[in-house]
Design a protein around this ligand. Structure first.
Ligand SMILES: [Zn+2]
Length: 327
């Protein structure tokens, strides 16, 4: 899912091409995309874009008029934007909508064009809301903007509930724009366990975490900016040079030991035991259940077990459980 760095770069590109331009027409290709009925989608047509911004992980286009309206787009997992010549067709299958912007001689980029929204997934989860100012406020989950946050504001949010770091960082009500991918990268950069509890963290660690958040998000925003070229066609959180996210089994770029993962629901979390958890493996609940507690507690143990395991998996499952004392 596009997060703060990806969405920021989209916002910059879309702003450069649409601010000062008239949104002439909206072409909806998917009946599931639009989630609001009032104001009607037709009300945004013929209005000039006054600004483009990020609201959490959403992208917001503000449209001037007697009463300001906003187009709010959430890309969810597989939603992406493309920039095409004005009037370009909505691509079949993946196309959700097209937004046609006319030429504007006084704008930064005078040419018009079409912003195409696609979603390369059978699950159509991306959304479009058309709202007034108060509707926009209602869509704001209220997460703290981390890039300019002070230590005090950050610490207060972090300790407002006693969660694991992974959960706290990815909660949109606590922090804005951080999701599964960048939270993995942030925690690896900070050398902190994703399972650490937020209310037990001393000030110096909270300070180090905030610095890691700002460094990682700024570095990735810069990297994505450099790569985006004319328009960020391929912006995505699954970038090949991430340190741990999506890198299960690959060597950690800092210590060379294999990256581990925990899968939960339809997501996963990646971390380096050597760099982040003093070598301890975090228990994967589903796997722990399957192995009936017979789960290695350290990377060394896991490696030794893998090395010594020529026998099929069934034998591991059949091995008597709970012989190993729980650490
Ligand atoms: Zn490492």
């Amino acid at each position: 899912m596009p997060e703060l760095p990806d969405v920021t770069v989209y916002v910059e590109h879309i702003a450069r091409r649409t601010v000062g331009h008239t949104l002439e027409r909206v072409r909806l290709a998917s009946p599931f995309l639009l989630r609001t009925a009032d104001p009607p989608i037709g009300a945004v047509q013929g209005r000039v874009v006054s600004g483009v911004s990020r609201l959490g992980k959403r992208i917001v286009l503000a449209l001037e008029g007697a009463e300001r309206l906003h187009l709010v787009i959430h890309l969810m997992v597989a939603g992406r934007f493309r920039w095409k010549p004005l009037g370009a067709p909505v691509p079949g299958k993946v196309g959700l909508a097209a937004f046609d912007f006319g030429a504007a001689s006084t704008a930064l980029v005078p040419d018009g064009g079409t912003l195409v929204l696609t979603e390369a997934s059978s699950k159509k989860r991306a959304s479009l809301h058309v709202v007034r100012d108060e509707g926009l406020r209602a869509l704001d989950p209220g997460g703290l903007e981390v890039m300019g946050a002070t230590f005090e504001a950050f610490a207060e949010r972090l300790r407002s509930e006693n969660h694991t770091l992974k959960r706290a960082l990815t909660d949109p009500h606590l922090f804005s724009g951080i999701g599964n991918a960048y939270s993995d990268e942030i925690l690896h950069h900070a050398r902190m366990s994703p399972a650490r509890l937020t209310q037990k963290m001393p000030d110096e660690d909270v300070r180090a975490l905030l610095a890691a958040i700002q460094e990682v998000l700024a570095a990735w925003t810069d990297k994505l900016r450099e790569r985006s070229g004319e328009f960020p066609e391929t912006v995505t959180a699954f970038v090949p040079d991430m340190a741990v996210h999506g890198k299960y089994g690959k060597p950690c770029p800092r210590c060379g030991k294999p990256v581990q993962r925990i899968r939960y629901a339809d997501n996963e979390m990646n971390y380096c035991p050597t760099c982040q958890t003093e070598g301890k493996l975090l228990a994967d609940r589903s796997l722990s259940r399957l192995l009936r507690g017979d789960w290695p507690k350290t990377l060394e143990e896991l490696e030794a077990r893998k090395a010594g395991r020529a026998e099929p998996k069934a034998e591991v499952r059949a091995a008597p459980a709970a012989k190993r004392p729980r650490a």
